[in-house]
Design a protein around this ligand. Structure first.
Ligand code: TRP
Length: 457
């Protein structure tokens, strides 16, 4: 019996589901955190460059590979180049999915607590120092960190049991526009605070002297993370994409929406951050400290604040779904497991892997101060974020670009693009990017990293 693969229900279906995957904690939590630690405006310029010149062509390649092979990452490499070592890039993707899911769920769990804290007026009347302290106390509690992580992972599994179409697409449709609306309100409040000016300078006036090899790598890595590239999410989502769909416009839409939301999040966070006298480099707690301050200063702040954390949680959910779906699709295709078994194993595996991350913000000292590089301490969560959320994605994207450009070959990839876009006439330009620009810039950065291990973190 031939089992027809599930596909998205409509043309907009993929754009919404793809944007649902891309838009998440990466835009609203990781982007401001990383930009804050790497100098602001100059980081953002490099980030935008990477999106346009490196990531977009990798996204198109992932979608094309997925739609062409109708497989998970390992299966995709295997069906085009059987019995070769290329499949290890796929295997890396599966492992990366598990690694990212583990800490992603921990942070997403925090948003659940912040829904209730905001709704019950917990932050009302607190100054920015008290809000910071309450974050530190909250994340250092092992019981709540692990329980919230468990709840979030269970929600993700519950949706994944239902499968792609029923589960993922439906949610993304309604909630993305709502998230954007509240984000706009936050931007208005943030930029009109007294003292917001310093935030604009931080965001828009590049200080090129602040740019180091490390910040370039952080910006490129952030672009891959935010666009859900480098571990096969877009291969898997592409495999659910119909042949009539235009890959170029779908990818461009997803990249545009994702980048727009990240920039809006930056505009909501940094002017307020400086207005409240906080430091941009504070790390993982950044938005959880800045946002409650904005809500305190806002008309109907409790209402908008609660709404915002609900939507952020949901945006995180639609992204985490797409991360865990990668190992799930792998188990279903390659091991012939049922969806139920695959989701159970992938979900429980990611939950267990996330426990040390959940304990690494104060609960356990050895995990909280795991390594110290150039005077800055990194905990287990930061470490996972760096290894899986950054380096692994860069290596995975290098793999996709090399594979599409050099192994799969020009005519095949162009043919796949033309399947849903008959008049596509920029084939030569696309090949130039996927064959040379994307892989060589990634190779250059990875070699730099190898030669300068202290640029590692
Ligand atoms: N891009 C998502 C976010 O911004 C997270 C995500 C989903 C992801 N799928 C991914 C990150 C694949 C890297 C790779 O929150």
């Amino acid at each position: 019996m031939i089992n027809k693969r599930e596909t998205w229900a409509s043309k907009m279906g993929f754009i919404l589901a793809g944007a649902g995957s891309a838009i998440g904690l990466g835009n609203i939590w990781r982007f401001p955190t990383t930009a804050g630690q790497n100098g602001g405006a100059a980081f953002i310029v490099i980030y935008l460059f990477s999106v346009v010149f490196i990531c977009l062509c990798v996204m198109i390649a992932e979608l094309a590979l997925g739609r062409n092979t109708q497989k998970n990452p390992v299966g995709a490499y295997n069906s085009i180049a059987p019995k070769t070592a290329w499949k290890y890039f796929g295997v890396l993707g599966i492992l990366t999915g598990w690694g990212i899911a583990s800490f992603y769920s921990v942070v997403a769990g925090w948003t659940l607590a912040y829904i209730f804290k905001t709704a019950t007026g917990f932050f009302s009347g607190m100054n920015s120092e008290q809000i910071s302290e309450s974050f530190t106390t909250f994340v250092s509690n092992p019981i709540s960190s692990i329980s919230l992580h468990l709840i979030f992972m269970s929600l993700t599994m519950a949706i994944l049991f239902g499968g792609v179409k029923k589960g993922i697409e439906k949610w993304s449709k309604i909630l993305m526009p709502l998230l954007l609306s509240i984000l706009f309100l936050l931007v208005f409040r943030s930029v009109s605070l007294p003292g917001a000016k310093e935030g604009f300078e931080f965001l828009f006036k590049p200080d090129w002297t602040a740019i180091t090899g490390r910040s370039v790598i952080a910006a490129v890595g952030q672009a891959f993370f935010s666009l859900s590239l480098g571990m096969g999410t877009m291969i898997v989502y592409g495999s659910y994409l119909s042949k009539e769909e235009n890959l170029i416009s779908s990818a461009t839409w997803v990249a545009f929406l994702d980048t727009f939301i990240a920039l809006m999040a930056g505009l909501a966070i940094f002017p307020a951050l400086f207005a409240f006298g906080l430091e941009p480099t504070i790390g993982a707690g950044l938005i959880f400290v800045v946002l409650p301050n904005i809500f305190n200063e806002m008309f109907l702040g409790v209402l908008f604040g609660t709404g915002f954390f609900i939507l952020l949680g949901i945006a995180g959910l639609t992204s985490l779904i797409s991360i865990v779906e990668v190992p799930v699709a792998f188990f279903i295709d390659e091991f012939k497991w049922t969806r139920k078994k695959s989701v159970t194993i992938a979900g429980i595996g990611a939950f267990i892997a996330g426990i040390p991350a959940a304990l690494s913000l104060g609960a356990l000292d050895s995990l909280t101060n795991l390594i110290s590089i150039e005077g800055r301490n990194y905990g287990f969560l930061d470490f996972m974020n760096l290894i899986f959320g950054q380096y692994s994605l860069m290596i995975g994207s290098l793999g996709v670009a090399l594979f599409a450009g050099w192994k799969w070959g020009k005519s095949k990839i162009i043919k796949e693009i033309k399947t849903g876009f008959v008049n596509f006439s920029y084939g030569a330009l696309y090949i130039f990017f996927i064959k040379f620009i994307a892989p060589f810039s990634l190779l250059f950065l990875l070699i730099y990293l190898f030669l300068n291990p202290n640029a590692f973190a």
